[in-house]
Structures are given as C-alpha cells and as structure tokens.
Ligand binder design. Structure first.
Ligand code: S3P
Length: 158
C-alpha cells in the first residue's frame, strides 16, 4: 500500500489525526510543517525572514521528497493543496488522499491565537481554496466528530 495523504485548511486537525492514523496503520508519520520547522526554524520566523515565496519553495521540496510511494501517513500544511502540481503529485503517489474540512467559524476559533502567519487573511484564503480542497478521494467534515470518529471514517474507506 502506498502513502495516505492528508490535506485541508489550517486548524482542521491534520497533524493530530495523521499521527493517530499512522499509529493505527503502523505506518511512519510525516508532517510537512514539522519537517520545515526542523530544517528552517519556526514557520512564523520563516515567513518573517524570507517571505511566503521562499516558504512555499521549501514546502514544495518537502512534499516532493515524500511523493515516493513509501508507506506512510503524510500530513500537509494547509497551503500545499492549493498547488495544482503538488496535488497532482500527491494524487499520483498516494494510495488515498483525504481532505479534512470544517466551517470557517470553527477553524477561526482554533487558529486565532496560534501565531500562524496567515491568520489575518484566513477568511479570504478559506474562500479561495475551496475548489482545491474539493480534489480528494475523501472529504471529511470533522467539526462534530471526535478524533477517533474521524480516524474510523478514514479507515473504513481505505
Ligand atoms: C499554511 C498552513 C500552515 C503552515 C503555514 C501556511 C497555509 O500549516 O504550513 O502557516 O497556507 O494554510 P497548517 O495547515 O498545518 O496549520
């Protein structure tokens, strides 16, 4: 079986769900944001020091490094799915692509004090990205599901 990729807007729970899903499947877990932090430092500092364009270039490298058909659960930063080419690579290399969703109001509460660099434009990004997030094998609205329910819903579809 090839990787399972998780996408979706900031605050949808990709990292938490991805880590637990990987435990259940006994697959390694990789989170693109975590790799970027290990390599380049806190994400807010990366945006502040080098700007979004450089962040996206680094993020792209990390995603492509993991489009290699190896067994793993790969959680992606919220912007990854907005790149058509990265989506294509993920769809080609992953066994299954899941996008987690929730109403904006729910996500706004979760991310407002998180220090994420794009929080001030989150509403616009949320609206702009809906079409990109529609491109998945499974879209799961998580806002009234527990983590375990989300994981069971994904496992049922694998
Ligand atoms: C971003 C989402 C963040 C992080 C960066 C940019 C985005 O990841 O990659 O702040 O553009 O949506 P999470 O979705 O894990 O918060």
């Amino acid at each position: 079986m090839q990787p399972v990729a998780l996408g979706g807007f900031m605050g949808t729970g990709k990292t938490t769900v991805g880590r637990k899903l990987a435990e259940r499947l006994q697959f390694p877990f990789v989170d693109t944001d975590e790799v970027l932090v290990q390599r380049y430092g806190p994400i807010a500092s990366q945006f502040a020091e080098w700007g979004e364009e450089t962040f996206r270039a680094h993020e792209r490298e990390v995603v492509l490094e993991h489009c290699d058909n190896k067994l793993r659960v790969l959680a992606t930063g919220g912007g990854v799915w907005t790149s058509e080419s990265l989506r294509w690579y993920l769809r080609e290399s992953a066994y299954f692509c899941v996008v987690l969703t929730a109403p904006f109001e729910v996500l706004a509460r979760r991310i407002q004090a998180s220090g994420r660099p794009l929080v001030s434009v989150a509403r616009e990004l949320y609206d702009q990205r809906q079409q990109a997030y529609a491109d998945a094998d499974l879209r799961l609205d998580t806002h009234d599901l527990s983590e375990d329910q989300v994981i069971e819903a994904i496992l049922c579809r694998l």
